[in-house]
Design a protein around this ligand. Structure first.
Ligand SMILES: Nc1ncnc2c1ncn2[C@@H]1O[C@H](COP(=O)(O)OP(=O)(O)OP(=O)(O)O)[C@@H](O)[C@H]1O
Ligand SMILES: [Mg+2]
Length: 259
């Protein structure tokens, strides 16, 4: 293996648990495995990851992008030119703790500019990845960012599903898109909010033909932390969801060393 950084995209249907899974992985990868991590909050509509990991950047990619566009009022800038200017200042946007950094795409403020923001995100991912062991991208729900090749150059695509047929059907479409539009070497399914028996879903899950990396139980502690607005990276280590995510990471790290 020549490349050091592993880029992991965390995808799935809306509300399936992408941000929660990203936050729990962050806790474990930094505290337990001592990895250098960059988080990318790539969700322009529900940018919640910052709160789950208690690291809120002062400025987003969108802030920088609108500044650049405003400062060149009379010129129409090509996406590539904005990308080049952003590249130059990208490190200013990363909020860092000793353990990890976070960069957020932000919410588009200028009408009709949604796609360019996604294009800029692609260039950001490509230019900053080399400085970290892992990059975790908390994606927008659904297929948009995959189909637009925003997350083309990723190594691993994790698809999160809740325990619903709709969730599993979304996994199917994301898998097809990930195979078509990304260069990923591994796609894995994570079942989230698992409780009780789920016999009626088993056939749907088996038909996906995807490795099930793990099952995260519905966890009262997550709901309690949600209620109190507390960051999930402060969850105790013996919390059921943390134990499951730890197993998932073990599998991912072993899979990495098997390459
Ligand atoms: N394992 C779990 N146990 C209990 N609650 C959970 C679990 N996973 C997620 N949740 C809750 O479900 C809700 C949705 O989770 P989350 O925000 O991570 O989903 P998401 O896929 O990122 O959503 P969006 O598509 O809006 O970005 C949150 O209120 C979260 O606290
Ligand atoms: Mg989210």
């Amino acid at each position: 293996m020549t490349k050091k950084t592993k880029i992991i995209a965390i995808t799935g249907k809306g509300g399936s648990g992408k941000s929660v899974t990203t936050a729990l992985m962050t806790k474990l990868l930094t505290e337990k495995y001592n990895k250098k991590l960059l988080l990318i909050d790539a969700d322009p509509t529900h940018p919640h990851l910052s709160y789950l990991v208690n690291l809120i950047p002062e400025r987003t990619i969108e802030d920088l992008r609108s500044e650049i566009i405003k400062s060149s009022m009379n010129q129409t800038l090509e996406v590539e030119e904005v990308a080049r200017k952003i590249d130059f200042k990208i490190y200013d946007l990363i909020k860092e703790t000793k353990k990890f950094g976070l960069i957020a795409i932000g919410q588009p403020r200028i009408e009709g500019c949604f796609c360019p923001l996604n294009s800029l995100l692609r260039s950001v991912i490509d230019s900053i990845s080399k400085d970290y062991d892992f990059i975790l991208i908390d994606c927008e729900a659904g297929l948009e960012q995959i189909n637009r090749k925003v997350i083309k150059n990723v190594d691993i695509v994790l698809i999160i599903s809740d325990m619903s047929v709709r969730g599993i059907e979304t996994v199917r479409s994301i898998t097809e898109s990930a195979k078509t539009f990304t260069n990923c070497e591994y796609i894995g399914l994570i079942l989230n909010k698992v409780k009780g028996s789920y016999d009626s879903l088993l056939e749907h899950i088996t038909n996906l033909n995807l490795p099930v990396l793990g099952k995260i139980p519905e966890d009262e502690m997550i709901s309690q932390f949600d209620l109190e607005g507390r960051a999930l990276i402060q969850l105790p280590e013996n919390t059921p969801s943390i134990i499951s995510v730890r197993n998932i990471i073990e599998k991912l790290l072993n899979q990495k060393s098997n390459e």
